[in-house]
Design a protein around this ligand. Structure first.
Ligand code: LLP
Length: 432
């Protein structure tokens, strides 16, 4: 086992993912290639659904944050798991609906919904809106009321909690662009306003403090702040919070040195804490929700490349250049995100340190710096980057007019293409 128990080496030293030979898959499907371990996705879903059921019975539901990886097959798997989804755009909603996902279990998020987005979601019977701000609230109210509709909503508030994660995924502190802050009193006014508007059925609250969260107490702290707020809005407006969604965010292991989070244990602790707090305040236990993305799909993913060149600059640096890059994985250039990188074909006694570079025309196109790979790594070798199931395909681009890789799903019985490789014709498809 390397990093995760779905990554092993065969007797010949070649890499196996979900029991399948990675070099063989590379040969069969070509590279660059995204692989996804379907069994692992289902397992990760069950970590949430199982512990939600144990802790709350039917009074809770985890929803999958599709932004981590959105394509039809994944929505079908999540549907089978009995989860809802968090969708942030008509594109994600359309993909989910095309996969037969029930619209009533779609929670429409986002801080920038346009009138057209709102109408699209109403047209398609999307069950829930997570309203991010007063402008959206007014727009949704007007559009829903004009149709004679009443839309279920959760109000997104910002609890003022630092999730101790990296800057671009911190969404909990007062000064972020998401939600309405409590500290300034604006969240109270937001709830008050929502309760007075037509076309809205205000059911509860939403918050999300950040992503790649390892800190043990972040969700308990969030529950503290949210239950305080629930009590305040009950006192001030007589409003009973029927639904409480505390967002996503549990971190995953990109490196062997990363902590392993016991998700069911964490959920149990959060559930107990919420129950205690509600009992102490005499609050009705709300329908409880979390919306994990990364922890559902990250360790189900692996990206496979073929080496195009190896550049050794004596006294300076060694590079391994592969046939993909920041187009299929922009996370190192964006966040300095760490990854475990392996030669998929073989192990060796002697290693050298290389920067794993992509094929894009900029020096910043580094998939991962300073990785240990066999010292004789050469053109044609296969390189695997682990834990790429989240925020890789979904953040991929066509920079330099590079086609996006396919996603091949691995089950115990077979492998199949869930998203096909883009062709050169696809790249021209929109040009008139
Ligand atoms: N709910 C909301 C409102 C969110 O904004 C997010 C993530 C999630 C749930 C899911 O969080 P997760 O369980 O995946 O941590 N592109 C970045 C991650 C951005 C996260 C955005 N929001 C990355 O590649 O690390």
């Amino acid at each position: 086992m390397i990093l995760s128990n779905n990554i092993t080496r065969g007797e010949d030293g070649s890499l196996r993912f979900a029991g399948w030979s990675v070099p063989e898959l590379a040969k069969q499907y070509g590279t660059p290639l995204y692989l996804m371990d379907e069994k692992r996705i289902r397992h990760n879903c069950r970590l949430y659904t199982g512990s939600f059921r144990d802790c709350f019975g039917e009074n809770a539901m985890p929803i999958y944050a599709g932004k981590a990886a959105a394509f039809k097959r994944i929505y079908a798997i999540v549907k089978e798991a009995g989860m809802g989804i968090d969708a942030v755009s008509p594109g994600e909603i359309h993909t989910a609906l095309s996969a037969g996902f029930p619209p009533e279990k779609i929670y429409f998020h986002g801080d920038g919904k346009t009138d057209a987005d709102i109408s699209y979601a109403l047209d398609h019977g999307v069950g829930w809106f997570i309203v991010d701000n007063p402008d959206e609230l007014l727009a949704l109210s007007a559009i829903a009321a004009a149709r004679g509709a009443v839309q279920k909503v959760l109000l997104r508030v910002t609890p003022g909690i630092d999730p101790h994660t990296y800057q671009s995924v911190n969404t909990g502190t007062v000064d972020v662009k998401f939600g309405v802050p409590m500290e300034t009193g604006q969240a109270l006014a937001f709830v008050h306003q929502a309760l007075s508007l037509p076309g809205l059925d205000v059911r509860g609250l939403h918050c999300h403090v950040g992503s790649e969260v390892f800190d043990e107490t972040v969700f308990e702290d969030t529950v503290d702040v949210m239950t305080d707020f629930m009590q305040q809005i009950r006192e001030r407006f007589g409003f009973v919070t029927q639904v409480l969604n505390v967002g996503g965010g549990y971190g995953v292991r990109y490196l062997d040195t990363d902590k392993r989070i016991d998700i069911p244990a964490r959920i149990r602790a959060v559930a107990e804490h919420l129950k205690e707090r509600c009992a102490a305040f005499g609050l009705e236990l709300p329908f409880f929700m979390m919306e994990p993305g990364r922890s559902i799909v990250a360790d189900a993913g692996m990206t496979v490349y073929t080496v195009s060149s190896v550049k050794r600059i004596p006294g300076y640096k060694y590079y391994v250049v592969v046939d993909g890059g920041m187009t299929d994985n922009p996370r190192y250039p964006l966040y300095h995100a760490p990854y475990t990188v392996l030669n998929a074909d073989r192990e060796t006694l002697f290693y050298a340190v290389y920067d794993l570079a992509g094929r894009c025309c900029e020096s910043g196109d580094i998939i991962q710096p300073s990785v240990k790979l066999p010292d004789d790594t050469a053109r044609g070798d296969h390189i695997a980057v682990c834990t790429t199931g989240a925020y890789n395909y979904s953040m991929a681009s066509n920079y330099n007019r590079l086609p996006r890789p396919p996603i091949v799903m691995l089950t115990e019985e077979n492998s199949y293409v869930a998203v096909r490789r883009e062709t050169l014709e696809d790249l021209n498809a929109l040009d008139l």
